[in-house]
Structure formats: structure tokens, C-alpha cells
Design a protein around this ligand. Sequence first.
Ligand code: TXA
Ligand code: MG
Length: 316
Amino acid sequence: MSQSDTELLKSSPTDLARAADLLRAGRLVAFPTETVYGLGADARNGTAVAAIYMAKGRPSFNPLIAHVASTPHARTLVTWNEHAQALADAFWPGPLTLVLPLRPGHGLSSLVTAGLDTLAVRVPAHPVAQALLRDFDGPVAAPSANLSGRISPTTAQHVLDGLGGRIAAVVDAGPCTVGLESTIVGLGEAPVLLRPGGVAREDIERCLGMSLSVVSESAAVTAPGQLLSHYAPNAAVRLNASSAMPSEVVLGFGPMACDLNLSPNGDLAEAAANLFDHLHQLDRTGRRIAVAPIPEIGLGAAINDRLRRAAAPRDS
Ligand code: TXA
Ligand code: MG
């Protein structure tokens, strides 16, 4: 496959019908969600799901999120509980993923869960994701549409930069509004925060009326997306930089001199929406990226989580 073999689709009904047909045929289609672009495959088709792992070069033990159009559809895949209902009522459709026990007869390929007996499921809010999922009328397994270990894509161009020629199509609906991945909450006996993301932890705790415990890095076996350096750009990253060294480019936050600013006004939602795009741009300079301090509150916690991964030591 060459780069030009990846179809560039828009969000017209004809193009979305084409995207759904490609999914039915077991092909890979990248599509927009409000968080990041996902690399979708029919979650019931093991060969199609395997193609995701191959296209991304992703470690095979990393389970995927199943995307569906509605809460009733989600409930056919997992064993539901009170906490799930409360969170779905409050945050679905939206940037929240729930991990629940797989329900017998779910029909999903075991590659989706990488063999776990739990499933991560999400109902995205993006109208184009909604339209595609309704047209396809089935669960779509979709990790972020980037090569494994690289920055998550927030535009169709980011997808093509990494996966052009490796996937059947990308549906282009412009930049993602949230700009970082969904928050993942595990709903076993006690709710746990598996990954910070687009819904602030505080809002989830308020909804459940209890505090969430956080799964530590050492428990990464059950949440392998928590692997350090999972979101790494090519360039080295230095955090909490109060000033730049001569060889560096500066990623700013709040009013300051810098090469690119996540949010000149210090707005964390704006910073989240810009995060991956700015990292992509600065990564292209080939210079070390010095990042200004980001407050550890609200979406700042998720941004810092991504930045710490980007800055974690790695082999290559
Ligand atoms: O916003 C998002 O969540 C995006 C869009 C495309 O929906 N998707 C995304 O998928 O970020 P991905 O594959 O890059 O991250 C999925 C995360 C991984 O950290 C994975 O380990 C975790 O979900 N996960 C999936 N199934 C799990 C399970 N059964 N138990 C614990 N963690 C799970
Ligand atoms: Mg990812």
C-alpha cells in the first residue's frame, strides 16, 4: 500500500456510508471523536482487530476501547451496575471510558480486550463518530490513530502522517475539540481512575459521591496504556522549565515568551485541545522541547500525565 491508497473521506452521508462499508469489509478506518482520532475496526472481526495492532505496531497486550453509539448498546457488551448508570447518565455521550466485566454473548473478538475479562467501552459525543457508529450499527474497536508510542492525532493530517498507506481510509472532520483521550474509570468493587483524560477526576468523584483511587504505575499490567513513555515524541522533553536553554524550543502556558503556547490565557481546556498538535509541531524542529509548568488541577492533571510520559526516559 502506498500513502495515496488511504482514502480521504469527509462527513457527507455518502462518505460515511463508504466508511461503514469499509468497516463491514474488515478494513481499518480512522475517524474523529471529540478526544482524538480513533483507528477503527469491526470489534467482532478478529482479523480486522489484528490489523489495528499491525498498523500501529502496537504491543499486543494493550487492550482496546469498544466504541458504540448509545448506552443501551454498551449494556449489551458489559455487565452493568449502579456506578456505570450514574456515570453514563452524567457523561455519555462524551470523553469517558468505563471498564466493566464482559457480558456473556458479547460477540467481540478477544483481541479487543487482549484476553482480559473486562471491556473498556465508550460512547463518543462527536456527531461524525455518532453518525458512523449508527450507520455501521455495531461495536468499533479503536485506539488512538497513531503509531504505537507516538503522539495521539487530533487532525486527519496527523493520522495520515503516521498511518497514511497503512489504513483504508480516514474521515476528516477537522480538529478534535477536547484534544486528549477519554478518562478511563474501572468499575470493579471500588471505582478506580485508570487514566486521567477529558473528564476531570473531580467531576467523576462528585457524580459518584466518593473519591476514586488511582491505579499506580506498577499495576500497569491491567492498564498497559499507563506504560511510561507511551506518548513520546521523537524529541526529548524537559518539564517544569522556568527558562529555556539555547538548544531548546519552548512550549508555553499562560502569558510568556515561547515558541508555541498551549494557552496564552492559562485556560486548561484550551491547553488540552492544543497539546498534541503543539507537541507534533515542536517535534518537527528536532530540538529538545522545554515545557512550562502546568497547574495540577482539573484537566491540568491529564495534561501533566501526558507530558510526564512524553518526558520519561526511553531507549530510542
Ligand atoms: O479518547 C480515547 O479514549 C481514544 C478515542 C479514539 O476513543 N482512544 C484511546 O484508545 O485512547 P487507546 O487504545 O489509545 O487507549 C485505550 C486505553 C489503554 O490505556 C488501555 O490499556 C486501556 O484503555 N484499556 C482498554 N481496555 C482495558 C481494560 N479492560 N482494563 C484496563 N484498561 C483497559
Ligand atoms: Mg493511544
